[in-house]
Design a protein around this ligand. Structure first.
Ligand SMILES: [Zn+2]
Length: 176
């Protein structure tokens, strides 16, 4: 079985991965995460992720997710873009067949296998969507508007330069 973050795994795939405590690492381009990218200012980067599978009894596999990325968001206070770094760990337990299992296994939240398939990239996308604030803003607040301040400074420089040359010309005039 070729394992990838983009695959959709069946219960038997997950059971096999859990049994051999498989570890899966890879990258997902943010442009492929079509639900998340609607929330981003630009989506040229990627998410680095790793997953460790582990079998728990006959009917359950736990997955330990680690993922990190940088999301480009727009500040809702000053409307300038900023980067939010994300570095997270998530654990899930998947129930491989419906049964009367308890809703928690060793403190893991037990999830049913949606559509009989599990997609690691869809779960990572869900987690990233949740980590984007409803109203993203610069933190601390004094970072707000830094782009407009820089632009204003460079415009000020441009407008003061001609005045200096004007003074120089006047001086030349005096020497004549
Ligand atoms: Zn701001």
């Amino acid at each position: 079985m070729l394992i990838s973050l983009h695959n959709r795994y069946s219960a038997s795939d997950l059971g096999a991965l859990g049994e051999r405590k498989a570890r899966l690492t890879g990258e997902i381009a943010l442009s492929q995460l079509t639900r998340l990218r609607k929330l981003l200012y630009v989506y040229s980067g990627s998410v680095k992720a790793s997953i460790v599978f582990s079998q728990q009894g006959d009917n359950c596999v736990t997955l330990e997710f680690d993922y990190e990325t940088e999301l480009e968001l727009v500040c809702q206070r000053c409307l300038e873009p900023f980067t939010q770094e994300i570095c997270e760990h998530t654990s899930v337990a998947l129930e491989l067949s419906s049964s009367s299992w308890p809703s928690k296994v060793n403190d893991y939240e037990l999830l049913m296998l949606p559509d009989d398939r599990f997609s690691p990239s869809a779960l990572i996308e869900d987690e990233l969507i949740v980590s984007v604030p409803l109203a993203p803003v610069h933190f601390p607040e004094d970072r707000c508007g830094s782009l407009i301040k820089r632009l204003k400074n460079s415009v000020d420089c441009l407008t003061t330069q001609p005045q200096t040359s004007l003074v120089a010309e006047n001086n030349l005039g005096v020497i004549k």
